[in-house]
Write a protein that binds this ligand. Structure first.
Ligand SMILES: N[C@@H](CCC(=O)N[C@@H](CS)C(=O)NCC(=O)O)C(=O)O
Length: 211
């Protein structure tokens, strides 16, 4: 049995969505962010030393870091339905790897900088031109890469779309998604998937779905 350690309003929502896409049975252990600090409760540190979500357990295996979890679940249980063939000489496979890593490795950074620097008030002023230009740079890149396709890799829905979904949703809330009609449509497209809707019902309120 798979156990998902799920924090409300977090990157864990995409793992919940993936579990629903794959039609897997799972147990959800829910954790609530602190109302003031917005941080995870200390119990998550008992699951994994970083004390962050998502984390899953599956038959004695502990898997942390969303891209690792998404890759693990999609490869182990997806029977190729959500992952391209693992061929290191294939551009589709390299694009898949790119977007899986881009989400946390590149896409989230300017969004997180915006979140944290906005708390500095006037002291953060010198950083804004760079943060704004990097936000524009990364979201324009995603928009240009998607173009008029429905999905990011070979125009076929894949685990990379699930991994990217949090960047798009956080970017709709705090970034320039609204400047790119194709990213707005992409967001509506993935939210329309029945499994996404089931994940919302299972996980409870998810503020990133409100934009
Ligand atoms: N890169 C990690 C980030 C994990 C992460 O920062 N999770 C956030 C939720 S979106 C968290 O647990 N924050 C609570 C805290 O830091 O106390 C991943 O994608 O899994």
């Amino acid at each position: 049995m798979i156990t998902l350690h799920h924090l409300n309003n977090s990157r864990s929502q995409r793992v919940l969505w993936l579990l629903e896409e794959l039609g897997l049975e799972y147990e959800l252990v829910a954790y609530q962010r602190d109302a003031v600090s917005n941080l995870a409760p200390p119990e998550l540190k008992k699951v994994h030393p970083l004390g962050k979500s998502p984390v899953i357990e599956d038959n004695g295996l502990l898997v942390a870091e969303s891209a690792t979890i998404v890759e693990y679940l999609a490869r182990k249980y997806g029977d190729g339905s959500l992952t391209p063939e693992q061929n290191i000489n294939s551009q589709d496979y390299l694009n898949y790897l790119h977007w899986m890593h881009f989400a946390e490795g590149s896409g989230m950074l300017p969004l997180l900088l915006k979140l944290y620097v906005s708390r500095l008030g006037d002291a953060g002023q010198p950083l804004w031109p760079r943060i704004d230009s990097e936000l524009s740079n990364h979201f324009a890149y995603m928009s240009d890469s998607l173009g008029d396709h429905d999905w990011f890799v070979a125009n076929r829905f894949s685990a990379a779309d699930i991994q990217l979904s949090f960047v798009i949703e956080a970017g709709a809330m705090r970034g320039p998604v609204a400047d790119h009609p194709n990213l707005v449509q992409y967001k509506e497209r993935f939210r329309a998937r029945p499994a996404y809707q089931r994940a919302l019902e299972r996980g409870g309120p998810y503020k990133f779905a409100e934009t």
